[in-house]
Design a binder for this molecule. Structure first.
Ligand SMILES: [Zn+2]
Length: 118
């Protein structure tokens, strides 16, 4: 009986270690930072579906937040690279619209977010 318990613990550990690793390195972000010219403009909560229009001296970008993901759905930039990038949701993923000096970066709600709100 004791031997079986020990075996069970080993098996549980073997199963849970990859899950923990996956959780740490493949986290989904909870917020997105929007920067224009490298300056922080807004923090967007990815848990709330929303459509936000950003207008700058370079042009406009319309951001959509849906199902925890964020993407640019409309912009008047010449190449539309930012729209073609699609939706992102993983921590540290970003969408950049070069002609508009516009940048979205997905962050988790821990250290980075705290560092910014300070
Ligand atoms: Zn663009």
């Amino acid at each position: 009986m004791k031997k079986n318990d020990f075996l069970l613990i080993i098996i549980i550990a073997l199963i849970s270690i990859p899950l923990i690793v996956l959780f740490l390195f493949n986290r989904e972000g909870n917020y997105a930072l929007v920067k224009v010219d490298g300056v922080q403009k807004r923090i967007i909560d990815l848990n709330k579906d929303d459509t936000i229009r950003f207008e700058t001296e370079y042009g406009y970008n319309i951001i959509e937040v849906k199902d925890g993901k964020i993407g640019i759905i409309e912009a008047d930039c010449p190449n539309h690279d930012c729209i073609n990038k699609g939706f992102v949701k993983r921590n540290n993923e970003s969408i950049i619209c070069l002609p508009h000096h516009f940048e979205i970066t997905v962050i988790s709600d821990n250290e980075e977010y705290d560092a910014f709100s300070r």
